[in-house]
Design a binder for this molecule. Structure first.
Ligand code: Y12
Ligand code: CO
Length: 179
């Protein structure tokens, strides 16, 4: 099922999302719906709050050189914790919740992340299910962008004061054109 995407300046995007405690069929259906929504919207990353569920879940499905997004590469990241970061890099980011706007944003270059997958609910499996990955390049940027959503932060909040002002003006114009 394709879900409606919450867009800026909706206040829900400022909410801090709560940890996932139930990794049940309901969560699995919700993650499947997030995937369907992201693909239908031409996205490569989506956090649960972007479809109005304030839970610490996000998905990332980067495109390969040919622009394909193989589902086997889909990352479902629940309750993420960044353990380590290194370096810095700039990338022109976009967000399904801020349609039509792209801007260079500074992020850590690499990071080490701990998270749970969709089956992480059972206590006994939970520790075993904890995985550590080292994320590089675009994946590292996407993870940081999506984890910011879990904290109620948008990439536009990382812009300079003058660039943010310009954004607000441009965005209002885009919104008006849509009506
Ligand atoms: C690097 C930087 C940011 C991320 C976060 C994930 N971002 C997205 O998936 C953005 C998708 C997006 C899609 C749009 O729609 C189309 O291209 C048709 C779009 O354009 C409009 O809404 C007009 C904007 C953003 C991951 C990695
Ligand atoms: Co976003």
């Amino acid at each position: 099922m394709i879900l409606p995407v919450v867009t800026y300046p909706d206040k829900r995007l400022k909410e801090r999302s709560e940890p996932v405690t139930r990794f049940d069929a309901g969560l699995h259906t919700f993650l499947d719906n997030m995937y369907e929504t992201m693909i239908a919207s031409n996205g490569i990353g989506l956090a649960a709050i972007q479809v109005a569920r304030p839970i610490r879940a996000l998905i990332i499905n980067l495109a390969d050189e040919e622009g394909h997004q193989p589902k086997e590469e889909l990352l479902e990241i629940i309750n993420p914790v960044i353990l380590e970061t290194d370096g810095s890099t700039f990338y022109q980011e976009g967000c399904l919740s801020v349609p039509g706007f792209y801007e260079d944003v500074e992020r850590f270059e690499t990071l080490t992340l701990r998270y749970q997958d969709r089956h992480g609910n059972e206590r006994t499996i939970r520790a075993g299910n904890e995985r550590t990955i080292r994320a590089d390049g675009l994946l590292s940027i996407a993870i940081q962008h999506e984890i910011d959503h879990l904290e109620g932060r948008l990439f536009i909040e990382k812009l300079s004061y003058s660039r943010r002002k310009k954004f607000e003006k441009e965005y209002k114009k885009i919104q008006k054109q849509k009506k």
